[in-house]
Design a protein around this ligand. Structure first.
Ligand SMILES: Nc1ncnc2c1ncn2[C@@H]1O[C@H](COP(=O)(O)OP(=O)(O)O)[C@@H](O)[C@H]1O
Ligand SMILES: [Mg+2]
Length: 297
């Protein structure tokens, strides 16, 4: 299966300054791939290099197996792109902008654009220059999506969208994946990435520090357990169980982590009178942050 996006030690420096360094990654067909990192990490630089808007200092990128620079015209015809700073001639209406983009792409049917406008509650009759950032962003999303491209490259697509529209957007890209599209989106919002993406690449200081399968990461995560005992506190007994770590006691409550099977813990707890029990998993945010911290150490 050909990777939809493949970068090989992709490097972009701005003069002497770091943009991205030695970034190698693969986006597979039909996945929603998140590109996660704080501001300045190199997300936009990577995306602009993929789109041939920046020339790599070294390394290379392939999209659909084609060279990002040499074959950029052929690539462009197959993708939808939302730049991080989407803007358009401010005097034209959203509708005129979409008609123009459609003409460039040789697309005549704007019904899908209208359907998306309805879902995003975008007012296409207003001039782009009169729109708020969020409403301009909606026009940007529609132009990226309406021609049903094979690949969507979206740079911080939900920036400026209100929570309701953010939900709608996540639903739409899920549907895009279901029709077979591949999605590469960047974000600095961990929550968004965890809900939207199949796999996530974490970038920091221009470098790729991890690529993770979101479901696997969640499954592998330890659980956090708190037990309040109605009678004697069975701390030592729990501490001795396999997979139990980080145990601490506060008054009548024991807090600890469990990795692996939870059954022995449940059985041990059940031998005592339990006042309350809470079992949670760390959020992906906490897991990601542990990566970043590990990277710093
Ligand atoms: N045009 C530019 N000239 C010089 N440095 C730049 C330019 N664009 C980005 N950078 C630098 O490259 C690094 C990565 O930036 P960027 O790709 O925009 O990050 P992100 O999109 O993750 O916020 C930052 O250190 C930024 O200051
Ligand atoms: Mg950016």
């Amino acid at each position: 299966m050909t990777a939809v996006v493949q970068t090989d030690r992709l490097t972009k420096r701005y003069g002497g300054a770091r943009g991205i360094e030695d970034l190698s990654m693969t986006v597979r067909p039909g996945e929603i791939f998140g590109f996660l990192g704080p501001n300045g990490a190199g997300k936009t630089t990577t995306i602009r290099t993929l789109l041939d808007l920046l020339h790599p200092t070294s390394g290379s990128a392939r999209l659909f197996g084609l060279d990002s620079h040499r074959d950029s015209r052929a690539i462009r015809a197959r993708l939808g792109n939302l730049p991080g700073d989407f803007s358009y001639e401010p005097r034209v209406t959203g509708r005129a902008a979409l008609e123009h983009v459609a003409a460039l792409r040789g697309v005549r049917d704007l019904r899908r654009a209208d359907a998306l406008a309805e879902r995003f509650r975008a007012d296409l009759s207003r001039r782009i220059g009169d729109l708020s950032r969020g409403n301009r962003q909606k026009v940007g999303l529609i132009q990226a999506l309406f021609h049903e491209p094979e690949l969507l490259i979206l740079d911080e697509p939900t920036g400026g969208l209100d929570p309701l529209m953010q939900e709608e957007f996540l639903a739409v890209i899920g549907e895009e994946r279901d029709r077979g599209a591949t999605v590469l989106l960047s974000s600095h919002d961990l929550d968004e990435v965890q809900r939207a993406c199949d796999r996530v690449a974490m970038v920091r200081d221009g470098r790729l520090i991890a690529v993770e399968d979101v479901a696997a990461m969640r499954a592998r995560a330890h659980r956090e357990v708190s037990v309040r005992f109605a009678g004697p506190v069975a701390a030592a007994e729990l501490a001795a169980l396999p997979g139990v770590t980080d145990l601490r006691t506060t008054a009548d409550t024991v807090h600890f982590h469990v990795s692996g099977p939870i059954d022995p813990v449940i059985k041990a707890i059940a031998r005592h009178e339990v006042g309350d029990l809470e079992v949670t998993r760390p959020t992906l945010e906490e897991l990601f942050l542990s990566y970043y911290r590990a990277g710093t150490a």
